[in-house]
Design a protein around this ligand. Sequence first.
Ligand SMILES: Nc1ncnc2c1ncn2[C@@H]1O[C@H](COP(=O)(O)OP(=O)(O)OP(=O)(O)O)[C@@H](O)[C@H]1O
Ligand SMILES: [Mg+2]
Length: 369
Amino acid sequence: MKTINPDPTPSQPQISWEQILSSLQDGVITLDRSGNVSYFNEAAEMLTDLAASHALRQSFVRIFRKEPWLIQLVKKSVPPLQESARGEGDLVSRWGKKVPVGITVSPLQDRHGTFLGSILLVRNLTHRKELEEDLKRADRLAMVGTLAAGLAHEIRNPLGGIKGAAQLLRRNLDHDPSLIEYTNIMTREVDRVNLLIEQLLDLSRPTKLDIVPLNIHEVLEDVLLLELQTKSQATITIKKLFDPSLPPIRGDRNRLMQVFLNLVKNACQAMNGSGTVSVTTRVEADIYFRGQGAGRSQFIWVEIEDEGVGIKDEDLLHIFSPFFTTKNNGTGLGLAVCYRIVKEHGGIIRVDSTEGKGSTFKVSLVVAD
Ligand SMILES: Nc1ncnc2c1ncn2[C@@H]1O[C@H](COP(=O)(O)OP(=O)(O)OP(=O)(O)O)[C@@H](O)[C@H]1O
Ligand SMILES: [Mg+2]
């Protein structure tokens, strides 16, 4: 094995190329002249979900048969072209997991320019895609906010008028129950529109959070009690898998109640009122993220898992956007509000879902100091 330390000293151990390549965050794959894999570093193993022992000496075309775009890219690096090429696309693992990657392919040549094979540098773009999606979402939220603020102003006054008139009307209809019911409907519907406007405004205006150390289990207990009391959901089973050693978190009680109420409501709706909702809490084991503001923070996770209809792959990117709904009576604001609140807490909200099997919404929150 060649080394790159020309003058090793006892305190400076030799570093091999292999050690360097296996320490890289980016995947490195080399192919020989026939297109068989001759090197596959650890990052490549992680990105493809394939062990190097399975990849080595295998035909590249066979391993990446689900990624025709990648095969086209590699073709450019072999004779007659022998060019470098870049591309972006998804790697699909054996289990169907997709990882967005950026790939640079170059021909491997000796000093005389003789073609020896190809080298692929594979970069994981998951984080970048998530950031891009976050930015787009923030943009959309800002737009909705401006629109909402304008609309709210124009709509609230006439709504107040309608509600007042309905109440006056009701007073004069003491003896006709069916007409009274009409005025009740008017009042109720006005309240519904008002609530919608409130939710829209919630998305737009900067809110002042009342952050205190919170026992998240108490918040979750209240949410479950509220959600189960408000509906006759006798056929919904709630499984609580609470970690008793969970530390207090930093949060605004009312806003977090809103988050988990929305998530539990969605879970129940996705199961058409029957099935099991599991609520799990756990401490983030060994990763410490940099939270908002200074210093490093420890995080906890709350997971709400249902056995409902699941979410289509093409919908997954949109569910946190305002007004995205697949329900007849949905506003599509529930998850947009959740996203906003969790972000304001310096947390993360994620979802895993399999169509026809169910979904798991995961929320991470910062542990109180
Ligand atoms: N647990 C879940 N299972 C399956 N699909 C879900 C789940 N949670 C959310 N979704 C999908 O995401 C969409 C957006 O959810 P969101 O809570 O924002 O709005 P909504 O539930 O449709 O309406 P609203 O919350 O305003 O009543 C839903 O319409 C549904 O398609
Ligand atoms: Mg909802």
